[in-house]
Design a protein around this ligand. Sequence first.
Ligand SMILES: [Zn+2]
Length: 385
Amino acid sequence: KSRPVFSSMCCVNNVRRKWKEFEKSLGYAEEGLPSLGGDPDWASYTLGVFICLSCSGIHRNIPQVSKVKSIRLDAWDEAQVEFMACHGNDASRAKFESKVPSFYYRPTLSDCQLLREQWIRAKYERQEFIYPEKQEPYSAGYREGFLWKRGRDNGQFLSRKFVLTEREGALKYFNRNDAKEPKAVMKIEHLNATFQPAKIGHPHGLQVTYLKDNSTRNIFIYHEDGKEIVDWFNALRAARFHYLQVAFPGASDADLVPKLSRNYLKEGYMEKTGPKQTEGFRKRWFTMDDRRLMYFKDPLDAFARGEVFIGSKESGYTVLRGLPPSTQGHHWPHGITIVTPDRKFLFACETESDQREWVAAFQKAVDRPMLPQEYAVEAHFKHKP
Ligand SMILES: [Zn+2]
C-alpha cells in the first residue's frame, strides 16, 4: 500500500523538503484553511500544488488546467517530481492568489461544494486573482441580472430581475422586467447571504436575509451557472464591505471582513411552547443567526413567526438543559430552557445530540459579552408585542 512513489532517489529529498513545507502550510491547503482530517496525499502535477482528497475531486473536473495524482499510490516520473519540487503551495499562492480582493470569500472545508469548486476555478481556470480586470462582475459596485427566486406563496421559482447598487446601498428585485418600482428594496446595511443548498433543494441555492421593520425576511434564489451565483454572493460581500468602510472609517480590513456575511450557528427543528407555557408544544424550524433565534413554520418561509434575542450572561441570559418540572405537552424528550430578563423560553429536541448542539450554540452567544450596538438590537426586541 505504501510503496514509494517518488521513485527517483535524487529527487526524493527535494520532494520531502517540499512536502515538509507543505505540511507546515497545511493551513493554506486549497480552501485556505486546514483540511481538517483531510488527506493531503494528493497533488496536481501540472500546477505543482499538494491538495487534500476533497480538492482533488474538484481539480479532476478541470483537466485542461490541473492533472491530479496520488502521492502514495500513483507512479511519478522524474520530471514530475522535479516540477513538484520547484513549485509547491507557497509559490502557487504567490502567483494565483496575488490579487484576491479582501472582501472575496475564501471557502473552508466545511463550505458547500459550489463555493469550493468556484474558488478553485476562479483561481486556476479563470485566473481572476492574477488579472483584476476579471473581477469586474463582483467589484464594480453595480450588478444586475436575472435570478430564480422562490415565490412566497406557492414555492415555485420564477425568474426575477435583481439590481445591486453600492451607491444606493441596496439590493432590489422587480416582479416585471418593465416595472419601475421594485418589489423589495433590501438595505445592504442589514443584509446577509448564505448558501443553503440542502434546505433550498438546489446545489446553487442562496438564502438572502434582510431586516424589514426590525424583523428578518428571507428570500431564496439561485442561478443555474455556478460562477454567476458565486459572483452575486461576492458582489453582495463587496457592497457590505464598502458600506462598513464608510460606517466605520477607523476599522481595519481584518475587523470588517468577518462581518460581510454569516453562516448560521445552527438550524433545525425543535418544539416550542407559547409565553403562557400552558398551550401545547409545536414543532417549528429554528435558525440561530448570531444572537437572533428565529422560528418558522416551514424552513423556507419568507418571514419568521417569532424571534428571540439571546444576550450575554452579564445581561441576565442563561441556557439550561431540561425543562421546569411541571412542564407538560411536549412530545420530544430533550428539553432546553432559555432564561431571559423578561421570561423563560422552553424548547424540546428530538434527540440528545440535537439538544447538545443547540445548547452549545446558545451557550456561545451567552458567553460572549455584548457589543454596544447589540444593546440597541436587544431594546428593539423588548418593544415587540
Ligand atoms: Zn482541500
